[in-house]
Design a protein around this ligand. Structure first.
Ligand code: GLV
Ligand code: MN
Ligand code: MN
Length: 433
């Protein structure tokens, strides 16, 4: 796709001093290029897991860069970076724009980070607004959206919306035993005072998140802009299989209670939820840890995670129930004990029609074809949706690949998405709605 040529200004938007509403695409790409060095490993993508040193470094880089542009940048007690215009009325309700800068392990350069950099560029561009807006545009980089190291995904957006479970946060550790509160402190936050990161009711007028699609729909159809109608719900079930550890040479097969063999049956049962049984859209075991993990020892304990997603709450619940019933039967049938802990991470979420309309109008103004679509990936927008109306804009992902080093979107599409965010924001900050 070539760069959009339609330079029509958005009808009804408050005016920007200077040119038609396009942001500086070269700058956007430059900031993205620089930030993608943080946590990069040669040939192995980017590992910038939440509440770690690299995520803090990415925030520090953005803060420094945008302070140079005259914006105000601060990190809150939940580890979120917040970037706003200098001198704006602090009582003005906010149009929040953003995403996250943490990554999965060996992830790509765009998931989350693209939306944050574009949001900062939009706020920087809107510093040239000629009149006071009805809503203040503010950019945010939410901390630990992925939960890749500390298994508390959406930590930052839960903190900003006052929904953190403090007891759970206090007892969350990474696999090496590092406690989340200690990591948070190192990252510039503080669990003891994290309540201060929560914004009061009504402070967020709306939240708009720009993101790569992470799936194949837009790329397959060669459509540059996705307007998200709804976002998938997600449940994680932490499962532990307790078998009996033993000697791999002397224990007859008939006397074994091998935790890994039972875990293998769990893996297939999870896959069947979405395939053979069609109970949910997708189901995955992404994480499996056996003990003691030694060649000549029968595994005694295996921990694994089942992740189930669907856009309809009743289907998600049915899949949860089906898996729990299978686990309850499999333990006694195999002579093992299977414990599980079910966490409903996010519920299926609809976006708000007013934010969708602003995105559609923005894409139309820019001459960009668009498609209303569903998000199979989870997003901070789902958490914010419990407090304020939300919207999401997608751009295509090459071959639909994400959560992998090969994640890619062409530069002209990245700029087109950011321009769409800018124009939608211009419409949304203009008048109260
Ligand atoms: C978010 O990255 C997700 O796993 O959907
Ligand atoms: Mn992700
Ligand atoms: Mn993301």
């Amino acid at each position: 796709m070539s760069a959009p040529t339609n330079r029509r200004t958005a009808g009804g938007s408050p005016r920007l001093a200077g040119d038609a509403p396009h942001l500086d695409g070269a700058r956007l790409l430059d900031v993205l290029g620089e930030i993608s060095r943080i946590g990069a490993q040669p040939g192995a993508g980017i590992t910038r897991t939440g509440l770690g040193a690299e995520e803090a470094q990415a925030r520090a880089y953005l803060a420094k860069r945008y302070r140079r542009d005259g914006l105000v940048a601060r990190t809150d007690q939940a580890g979120n970076l917040i970037v706003r215009r200098r001198g704006a009325d602090p009582a003005r309700p906010v149009l929040l724009l953003g995403s996250h800068v943490d990554t999965v392990v060996r992830g790509g350069r765009l998931d989350g980070t693209y939306g944050v950099v574009a949001a900062c560029e939009v706020v920087r561009t809107l510093a040239r607004l000629e009149s006071a807006p009805a809503y203040e545009p503010v950019a945010v980089a939410f901390s630990n959206e992925e939960g890749a190291r500390f298994p508390y995904p959406f930590f930052g957006s839960l903190g900003l919306t006052g929904r953190l479970d403090l007891a759970r946060a206090a007892t969350t550790t990474d696999r090496d035993g590092t406690a989340l509160p200690d990591a948070l402190r190192t990252a510039g936050g503080d669990l003891d005072t994290v309540g201060a990161a929560a914004w009061p009711d009504g402070a967020i007028a709306g939240y708009l998140e720009l993101h790569i699609e992470q799936g194949p729909v837009l790329a397959d159809r060669d459509i540059p802009i996705g307007v998200v109608e709804a976002i998938t719900g997600r449940t994680i079930i932490d499962i532990t299989v307790h078998g009996v550890q033993g000697h791999a040479g002397t224990t007859p097969m008939s006397l074994r209670r091998d935790a890994l063999v039972v875990a293998a049956q769990v893996v297939l049962a999870v896959e069947r939820l979405a395939t053979g049984r069609d109970l949910c859209a997708v189901s995955t075991v992404g994480c499996l840890d056996g003990e003691p993990n030694v060649t000549n020892v029968i595994p005694g304990t295996v921990r694994l995670t089942a992740e189930i997603r669907d856009g309809r709450p009743e289907r998600l619940r049915a899949a949860e129930r089906a898996l729990v019933a299978e686990l309850s039967a499999l333990g006694p049938a195999t002579g093992t004990r299977i414990d599980h802990d079910l966490r409903r991470v996010t519920r299926p979420t609809r976006t708000d029609h007013r934010l969708r309309a602003a995105v559609v109008a923005a894409a139309d103004d820019l001459g960009l074809p668009h498609l209303e679509m569903f998000s199979g990936a989870g997003h901070d927008a789902q958490i914010v949706a419990r407090s304020a109306p939300v919207g999401m804009v997608f751009v295509p992902s090459r071959d639909g690949v994400s959560h992998a080093p090969q994640e890619h979107t062409d530069d002209d599409l990245l700029v087109a998405g950011a321009d769409t965010l800018l124009n939608a924001a211009l419409r949304l900050v203009a008048d109260r709605w």
